[in-house]
Design a protein around this ligand. Structure first.
Ligand code: PEP
Ligand code: MN
Length: 379
């Protein structure tokens, strides 16, 4: 794509490091909070939820570019203070949206990340302004913007001197009315193919309804997103904006508990509750991992049984295949800082139970065959 002189993919992908949080690395970064900052209590409760879920960044709009001029426009400076204070209490970073030069001036020294909303994606003067600051920018995709237009908007920021741009897919306008927008997950892959910039996904503004947020979040991670920006509110029914798409605190934490497995399946990491949680939180994590281990072993055993159906009884045990698997897993364990001896001791046991189960089912099949032949012969 022409003109992506700075945003275009070169050799390596960019990771953006901001006050100890890396966006675009192996870890999936969860950002959450209400659409609009409403009160100090609402923000401290939201920050608690985000922390509990293992989120790293608290969101909250204090300048709201609303479709109707009569809708709540945000609390401005007062709201900014609630956002910053709540993030500090929970040791989270914070992000808020700016809409023009005065709002940028007001927030720039107080927040960690600045958001440019969908409605301002092609506000070129604003893009040039945020290109002059030294803070990461989350650049939302415009309501009807093509991927090319979105990347060129990023190029404006980069060309003005700010290399720290995080792209955010938040759904685009289509003919489909059952959701607020249509989440374009292929845009994650396309943007990552064309650009080195990290890409996050906001499923909340895409769906417009909370029942779809969990599945869209998981799909976004599977599609390669580097992070998620999700709306949550202590009491969505009372929210002044975007209540129907905001998760309850319980739903937000529950979703976070389910993200680790999805992240792991695409070689990424997400830890609910963050590193160094309480003893109870860490034990909950271990229980979840143990459950996954047993479920995966059950899946493995089922495959072993299926394979058994295709083998002759005298070929059930295949030593060279076993050695090959152990060697591969010993190398993997070393890479993952797991003692290779654990693999060397565990896998012979797993193989033994697999072989036994194959032999048992072969013998049972043979017996069945014998008895049906006998029945047939004795007629
Ligand atoms: C928001 O994040 O609250 C928001 C207004 O999002 P968007 O710009 O994607 O509509
Ligand atoms: Mn919103």
């Amino acid at each position: 794509m022409k003109d992506l002189k700075l945003a275009g993919l070169k050799t390596a992908r960019s990771a953006i490091e901001v006050n100890g949080v890396t966006i675009g690395g192996k870890e999936i970064i969860l950002m959450g909070g209400p659409c609009a900052v409403e009160s100090s209590l609402q923000m401290s409760q939201s920050a608690e939820t985000v922390k509990k879920a293992g989120g790293k960044i608290l969101r909250g709009g204090v300048f709201k570019p609303r479709t109707s001029p009569y809708s709540f426009q945000g609390l401005g400076l007062e709201g900014l203070n609630y956002l910053v204070q709540a993030a500090k209490e929970q040791n989270l970073l914070c992000v808020t949206e700016v809409i023009d030069a005065p709002s940028l001036d007001l927030v720039v020294d107080k927040v960690d990340i600045i958001q440019i909303g969908a409605r301002n994606m092609q506000n070129f003067e604003l893009l040039k302004l945020v290109g002059k600051i030294k803070k990461p920018i989350i650049l939302k995709r415009g309501l009807s913007a093509t991927i090319e237009e979105w990347l060129l908007a990023a190029e404006y920021i980069l060309a003005a001197g700010n290399p720290q741009v995080i792209l955010c897919e938040r759904g685009i306008r289509t003919f489909e009315p059952s959701t607020r927008n249509t989440l374009d997950l292929s845009a994650v892959g396309v943007a990552k193919e064309l650009s080195h910039l990290p890409v996050i996904v906001d499923p909340s503004h895409a769906a417009g309804r909370r029942d779809l947020i969990a599945s869209l979040s998981k799909a976004a991670i599977a599609a390669g997103a580097d992070g998620l920006l999700i709306e949550t509110h202590p009491n969505p029914a009372e929210a002044v904006s975007d209540g129907p798409q905001s998760l309850t605190p319980e739903q937000f934490v529950q979703l976070a508990e389910e993200l680790g497995v999805v992240a792991g399946s695409v070689k990424r990491v997400f830890t609910c509750g963050g590193q160094g949680g309480t003893l109870e939180a860490l034990r909950t994590q271990i229980d979840r991992v143990d459950q996954s281990i047993i479920e995966l072993l059950a899946d493995r055993m089922q495959i072993v049984r299926n394979i058994g159906d295709q083998k002759r009884l005298d070929r059930v045990k295949d030593i060279s295949r076993q050695n090959e698997i152990i060697q591969r897993l010993v190398n993997l364990a070393a890479d993952l800082q797991l003692p290779p001896d654990l693999v060397k001791r565990l896998y012979p046991l797993i193989f033994e139970f697999g072989v036994q189960s194959q032999i048992k089912s072969k013998l049972a099949q043979d017996k069945e065959l014998d008895s049906s032949l006998y029945t047939f012969g004795s007629k």
